[in-house]
Structure formats: structure tokens, C-alpha cells
Write a protein that binds this ligand. Sequence first.
Ligand code: ATP
Length: 375
Amino acid sequence: MTTVSFRNIRKVFGDTVTIPSLNLEIEAGEFVSLLGPSGCGKTTTLRMLAGLEQPTEGVIAIGGQPVQDLPPAQRDIAMVFQSYALYPHLSVAENILYPLRKRGVPRSQWPEMQRRVAQLLQLDALLERKPRQLSGGQQQRVALGRALIRNPKVFLLDEPLSNLDAKLRAHMRAELIELHQRIRTTTVYVTHDQLEAMTMSTRIAVMNGGVLQQFATPDEIYYRPSNVFVAGFIGTPAMSLVDAQLARAASGFVARAGGLELRLPSSALIATAGTEVVMGLRPEDITLGAGPLRARVKVVEPIGHETIALLDCGGAALCARVASDMPLARAMRAGDEVPFDVTLAHVHVFARDSGLRLNRDGAAAAAPARSRAAA
Ligand code: ATP
């Protein structure tokens, strides 16, 4: 198992600074997702690690050894692309063995290496087929097999599931998690799909505009987003973000946003009265049906096991979720006024000017300890 480091990495294309300065330390055996909106620099970061792109400045190290000046073939990495890039005229077996042929691995070693990969990825029955005779998921497994056969130090995946339909994606997601649990090869995975990143990663690097926003476990990112961008980007439906101002109250602060008025203990925040803030409320932290607050229902969206309600609380737009088997979920109509309450310990507060989190660590929300361990 191998570590991967990006130290003060800068990437400039022409006059455009795509990545101003990236620092990222990936531990041996981790599954790290680079997650962010289109154009945030995920693929460029992965391509620099693969050696397909040269950083303008900085050091990239694999297993402690600087590699930024080495060609891809000398980095001991394997990459799987979105397109799979299989050779159509070669069989599954020939596709998988191709990297061994290219690198001059003695033929006597091929059968054992092929057997290991075919077994790992359940490709035994498909070895004689051509790629066109395979489903999308099977092609994906062949592409993984071709990458795995050399036992690379680092495994790089660039949106490998995005060509698959929703059901197959979910299936392949589970397969990739299981595969990583078995082989424990350090993996860097590019995706713009937060569900993939949340379910598969030991840690997620959230990027925006070429800048790393947070690098933490999925739980940490969900329960303690470090800034407004991460808060709004992670979570479906998204966290409701409303502008508010902190005023002094008897036992701390009162934050007002439209008709929403929440009392927050001063021990919960690193802030002073008068601070302009953005308050963040996750849909599950709003309890509909009882409580001291009132909101008007604007839209009701039943999505099977739960019902999403878009609310207007005196000008503050909120989103709540109710289990669909609750009588309220069936009775609620657009235009109704509903009482609600907020789990105050889970309210996120960010500075409006910097976007940074103002909750004291551990005070906002306790994340359950269930993240995937690296090793
Ligand atoms: P997507 O999810 O759309 O693939 P991404 O986060 O992977 O996006 P990158 O492909 O890394 O983003 O691109 C980051 C920025 O760098 C974009 O603005 C892109 O236009 C720019 N860029 C990438 N490659 C080049 C290049 N070869 N020349 C000039 N600009 C480039």
C-alpha cells in the first residue's frame, strides 16, 4: 500500500490558473474521491498524478518518491477511463493481458495473473468474448481487470461509472467498494456524483474552482461542512441556506431569517453579536407537524418512502422531509400552514463574508462513527 502526496501543486493552462495551490496527503490504502462541479479541476489533478499532464509547480509523490518528472509508465499506476478504452478487436483475455505484453512480463507468469484477476472480477466465463459482446457493466469489469493485472501501487479512476444506467451504477458501486476492501490498493477516484463519493470513499476531497474546500471522511463532510460551498454541495435534497444576523439574547444568540427565529447558545458558535451569517438546516433537522415555528407549504414532493416539503417561513425558503407513512405526509397540501421545530444542535452557521463555518467543533452535530477505514 502506497501514499500519494500533492505538495503546493499549481497548474496553469495558458493564462488561466486552473489549480492555484493544491496540498493533499493521501494515506496508504485509502479510497479518495475528488468531488466537485464540472470544471473544478478534478480530472486535471488526476491526470497530473497519472503523468498525462505536467504540474506548473510543486511536487507529486507516490510512496514518498517525487514522480512529477517521470513518464506515466514509470509511476506504477493504473488508470481506468470513463470510456473504458478497450481494444474492440481483442478478446477479454487479450485485453486484460495487454499491459503484461506491453511491459514484457514473462509469458510464464501470465496464466496465474489472468486467473487472479478473472476470479476477482468474475470474468472467467467471458474471457473469449469480444468487448461488443459484453454489457456496459461487464466492459467496466474488463477495464478494471486490465488496470489491476499489474498490481499497480495506485489505482486511478476517472468517472468510471458515468456511462452506466442507474441500476448498474449502483451495482458497480457496490462491486468497487468490495473490490477495494479486498485488494486495499490506494485509489483516487474522480466523480461529480456525491452519492458515489459518499458511499465509496474513506475520505473525500471536495474541490471548487481549483481550490480544495475540505478533505475529510464522508461523515465529517456531511455533518461538519467546513464552509457554505461544501454545505450546499453535499446532501440531497440540499441543505437550506438562509441569510441571518446574530443578535444578543439572554443565553447566547438569536438568529433571525424571515419568520425563522432560532436561539443558539453562545458556546455553540465562534461569533459575536451583529455577525452576518448564513444558517444551514438539513431537511432531516426540521420536524414538521408540531413545534413553535410556522411555515407555509409551497410544494409537496412524494418520492416513495419519504415526502419532501418545500416551505416558506416568512421569506426564508426551507426544505423538510417527512416519512411517507406519517399521516401528515399524506394530508399536507400546497398552501397549508404547518407548525415545525428545528433540531438546534444540528444548525450549521457560516460567516457570510468568508463562508467559513462558525460552529464550535463537536457542538453542531455529532457524526456517527461509521466511516470506512483506510486499512
Ligand atoms: P468535468 O467534471 O467537467 O470533467 P473537472 O473538474 O474534471 O470537470 P478539469 O477537466 O480538470 O475539470 O478542468 C478544469 C479547468 O481546466 C476547466 O476550466 C478546463 O476548461 C481547464 N482545462 C483542462 N484542460 C485544459 C487544457 N488542456 N487546456 C486549457 N484548459 C484546460
